[in-house]
Design a protein around this ligand. Structure first.
Ligand SMILES: Cc1cc2nc3c(=O)[nH]c(=O)nc-3n(C[C@H](O)[C@H](O)[C@H](O)COP(=O)(O)O)c2cc1C
Length: 168
């Protein structure tokens, strides 16, 4: 079973439920070493004339080291039968265990980065911009109090969606 490339313009889904309710894996690194984590915050849109994906990583995520060190990363989406796998990847750190193995995921190497064979859809992303968020930029006070009691502000990464792969 493989993947085929489609145009981003052919995509038909609701980004709010896809990201926010079904979740995704953010994966970076290569054959030698890679890491993945679950995310349910993110955005899809247009910037600098390109189709872009934006993701938000807290500084303590091991995956962040791989996203920072590489030119590319992937965002991948899964069927409901992988909810348990996504829960594992969202609650354990690759610093402490081989979580992709525990989650039953098989690495799929593509374009110098990594996703998983079990994915229904993969976005190969090339980083364009990253910026740490800071409390001085919130325009409503509740955000800092509710989401950052430990002051671990997300770093935002905006990336060009270079390739959209869907399961054949
Ligand atoms: C549903 C769900 C959504 C999550 N979304 C994010 C997110 O958008 N950004 C983030 O930094 N962490 C998010 N996390 C937390 C990371 O997935 C989690 O801390 C993970 O264990 C990090 O793994 P790592 O240290 O191997 O990178 C989410 C976790 C879950 C369960």
């Amino acid at each position: 079973m493989g993947f085929k490339e489609i145009n981003a313009e052919e995509l038909q889904f609701n980004p709010f439920t896809k990201i926010g309710k079904e979740w995704m894996l953010i994966t970076a690194g290569d054959e030698e070493k890679h890491n993945t984590m679950t995310a349910s915050w993110g955005a899809l849109g247009i910037m600098w004339g390109k189709n872009v994906a934006t993701v938000y990583l807290r500084p303590q995520r091991y995956t962040k080291e791989f996203v920072d060190n590489g030119e590319k990363f992937t965002i991948s989406f899964y069927g409901e039968e992988y909810r348990k796998a996504l829960n594992i990847c969202g609650s354990k750190s690759g610093r402490d265990c081989d979580k992709e193995n525990e989650a039953g995921l098989t690495p799929y190497y593509t374009d110098g980065t990594t996703a998983f064979e079990e994915a229904e859809m993969i976005f190969v992303c090339r980083k364009l911009y990253s910026q740490p968020m800071g409390p001085e930029y919130f325009t409503e006070d509740w955000i800092d109090g509710k989401w950052y009691p430990q002051k671990d502000y997300h770093v935002m990464y905006m990336a060009a969606i270079e390739k959209v792969l869907v399961r054949e």
